[in-house]
Write a protein that binds this ligand. Structure first.
Ligand code: FE2
Ligand code: FE2
Length: 164
């Protein structure tokens, strides 16, 4: 049987996954509005995945005879300066989620709660992937920025050629 403390932490995690889904959904709507079709598609999918995470925790609590708490979702940020801020926000958020899951794991381990530690393993692996993906997205945006700098530099070179 899971302790009250662990059940509370899992319920907090359910809220965090719901917030994650809302954050990515808001990023998707921002992307749609600003014409970033690829990012919109990515973030809509990401929002779905976060809902699946939330369900995993909800079902797990049910399986161990506890009731999951469905709470209010925090209103997500809906305005971004550009893609780089979107991707950096994604990485920052995923790092917070990782820390939160690691904290539940650490408490469950101290309490010798084997079902919870076993269940959390999937999320620990998942967070490694989530952070790696967010880092990749940042790299993609940064590289694209370099491509436009490269084009600008060529243009500047062409101007130099015209100079006497
Ligand atoms: Fe998640
Ligand atoms: Fe995530």
């Amino acid at each position: 049987m899971a302790s009250k403390k662990v059940v509370k932490l899992i319920n907090d995690q359910i809220a965090m996954e719901a917030d994650s889904s809302a954050i990515y959904l808001a990023m998707a709507t921002w992307a749609v509005k600003n014409g970033y079709k690829g990012t919109a598609a990515f973030m809509f999918k990401q929002a779905e995945e976060e809902r699946e995470h939330m369900y995993k925790f909800i079902h797990f609590l049910g399986e161990i005879g506890e009731q999951a708490i469905i709470s209010k979702v925090t209103e997500p940020k809906a305005d971004y300066r550009g893609l780089l801020e979107v991707m950096q926000t994604t990485l920052g958020h995923e790092k917070k989620v990782t820390a939160s899951i690691h904290n539940i794991m650490s408490v469950a381990r101290k309490e010798d709660d084997y079902p919870v530690t076993s269940f959390l393993k999937w999320f620990i692996d998942e967070q490694v992937e989530e952070e790696a993906t967010a880092n990749e997205l940042i790299d993609i945006v940064k590289m694209a920025g370099k491509v436009s700098e490269y084009l600008a530099d060529k243009e500047i070179g062409a101007k130099a050629a015209k100079k006497d």
